[in-house]
Design a protein around this ligand. Structure first.
Ligand code: MD3
Ligand code: FE
Length: 203
């Protein structure tokens, strides 16, 4: 699957509609199985504020936040190991970032119609030279990308079901977030909302 066309925005690559409808449906089934083994959590910041997204993970490490702060953990808070990363997303990683080390974490974010994610940097990983790959499923989401430092101009782009983004190089350190979900733009899921899968190297 070489020679995919990508849009470049501030150094990150947007591959539109990489996954066809059947592949999207299969991935949703994979996410349901992950959530049965490792139920979605309500992430809470160190200050005690609940985030609006719901999160679980697959792979060797899952990303957790609670009153003790942000971190990667080798097991779900229930004590069960995180399920394996779905093979089709590992295959996408190998195809799109062949030089990278294998992914160690697949964060699963569930956005209801009113969920959002504020501008932030991903900086809990030890090797920031490794890329991040993310897959969108379900309703459209308005993704905002900023700068390495706080503030300054930002750019926004709609992410649609089946889109894949790759953040490598300097783009890996940019602030980014999800401003809003446009409910009803996809009928992939049984309920309005969006699922995002993010693959990372953690160690
Ligand atoms: C740009 N998730 O979980 S994925 C996150 O749609 C996160 O759920 C968003 O940001 C979501 O941390 C955006 C796309 C993404 C992921 C990691 C990045 C964009 C990134 C790391 C650096 C720059
Ligand atoms: Fe992020």
């Amino acid at each position: 699957m070489a020679d995919r066309a990508a849009r470049e925005i501030r150094g990150f690559l947007l591959y539109e509609r990489v996954l066809d409808r059947a592949a999207q449906r299969a991935l949703v089934e994979n996410v349901r199985a992950i959530a049965r083994a490792a139920p979605f959590l309500v992430p809470v910041t160190r200050r005690g504020t609940e985030m609006s997204v719901r999160m679980t993970s697959a792979g060797a490490f899952g990303w957790i936040t609670d009153r003790r702060g942000y971190r990667y953990e080798p097991v779900h808070p229930s004590g069960v190991g995180w399920p394996p990363i779905p093979e089709r997303v590992v295959a996408l990683w190998r195809e799109l970032v062949p030089e990278a080390r294998p992914p160690e974490s697949c964060l699963v974010n569930w956005y209801g119609p009113d969920a959002r994610m504020g501008l932030h940097q991903d900086s809990d990983e030890a090797d920031m030279a490794q890329p991040v790959v993310s897959v969108s499923l379900g309703d459209d989401a308005l993704f905002r990308i900023g700068n390495e430092e706080r503030g300054g101009r930002t750019e926004s782009v709609w992410l649609r079901s089946g889109d894949v983004i790759v953040m490598g190089g300097a783009a890996r350190r940019l602030h980014h977030g999800i401003d809003r979900i446009k409910a009803g733009t996809s009928d992939l899921l049984d309920v309005p909302g969006r699922i995002n899968l993010t693959l990372r190297v953690v160690t």
